[in-house]
Write a protein that binds this ligand. Structure first.
Ligand code: GTP
Ligand code: MG
Length: 253
């Protein structure tokens, strides 16, 4: 495990979905963990796929990584039962990890299992240090449900702190263009201005765009450093400038 590998900088400033897709294709199964405490500490960025059972999380990971059976997908809701991690990186150097999470909201799950899973997921979303981004998958025919809203509330403080966040309206192939556009508008409103995209594994809609997002999140560009201002040439008193600290107000006493 090369989890301590430093982040390579994005070599190319322009988006290049081919690079992103090639990188995603390097995905390999890393580990599976029923609880947070069983997850290895990892220092590279982690991108988690969350959402209701059967939303298409595992299928989405398989589509993005161009591997049929990397994550277990199934018609039966509740297929994914642990947190599954997949490592990404060229030449054996892991530079990011994808996490496939079990879905929520499946009615047939016994109460205790539901409760246990809510705890595990809440913990994971709130405390996983290397969590860099969340992809929330949502069936556009259902829109964001109450449980999705609860998840949004849980992650809100982290999103405010810089956690990246994207909603994918999966299985968009099941809707005609008009209904898909309507669903997109509604969920955009529900997501409070967050990024929302239509996605279909079946029709490969949005695949390259999402791949590019994942690449960008895992390879943040270095912020350009501002060149320092040249020192004034004259030896006289410098003119007052906006950058000068404002002196404290005189004591009125
Ligand atoms: N039509 C269509 N079906 C899809 C799409 N994505 C996934 N599915 C189907 O939806 C079902 C559930 O997919 P999964 O990927 O297992 O869903 P999941 O969100 O991982 O489900 P859990 O692991 O139970 O939480 C499977 O039968 C998939 O083939 C899509 O884009 N279009
Ligand atoms: Mg799954």
């Amino acid at each position: 495990m090369t989890s301590s590998a430093s982040l390579p900088l994005a070599a190319d400033a322009k988006p290049n979905p081919k690079i992103a897709m090639g990188w995603l294709h390097t995905a390999k199964f890393l580990t599976t963990a029923p609880e947070l405490k069983h997850l290895p500490r990892i220092e590279v960025p982690e991108i988690a796929f969350v959402g209701r059972s059967n939303a298409g999380k595992s299928t989405c990971i398989n589509t993005l990584t161009q591997q049929h059976r990397l994550a277990f997908a199934s018609k039966t809701p509740g297929r994914t039962q642990s947190i599954n991690l997949f490592s990404l990186g060229k030449q054996g150097v892991t530079d990011a990890v994808l996490a496939d999470l079990p879905g929520y909201g499946y009615a047939a799950v016994p109460k205790e299992a539901k409760y246990r899973w809510q705890q595990v997921m809440g913990n994971y979303l709130q405390t996983r240090d290397n969590l860099q981004a969340i992809v929330l998958l949502c069936d556009p025919r259902l829109g964001l449900t109450e449980l999705d809203e609860v998840l949004l509330d849980v992650i809100r403080p982290r999103v405010e702190d810089g956690l990246k966040f994207l909603v994918l309206l999966t299985k968009s192939d099941k809707l005609n263009k008009t209904d898909a556009a309507k669903a997109l508008q509604i969920v955009k409103l529900q997501a409070g201005g967050g990024d929302v995209k239509l996605f279909s594994s079946l029709k490969r809609q949005g695949v390259e765009e999402v791949a590019q997002h994942l690449w960008d999140w895992a390879h943040p560009k270095e912020k350009p450093v501002k060149a320092p201002k040249p020192a004034p040439e004259s030896q006289g008193e410098p003119e007052s400038s906006a950058e000068e600290p404002i002196p404290p107000a005189a004591d009125p006493a």
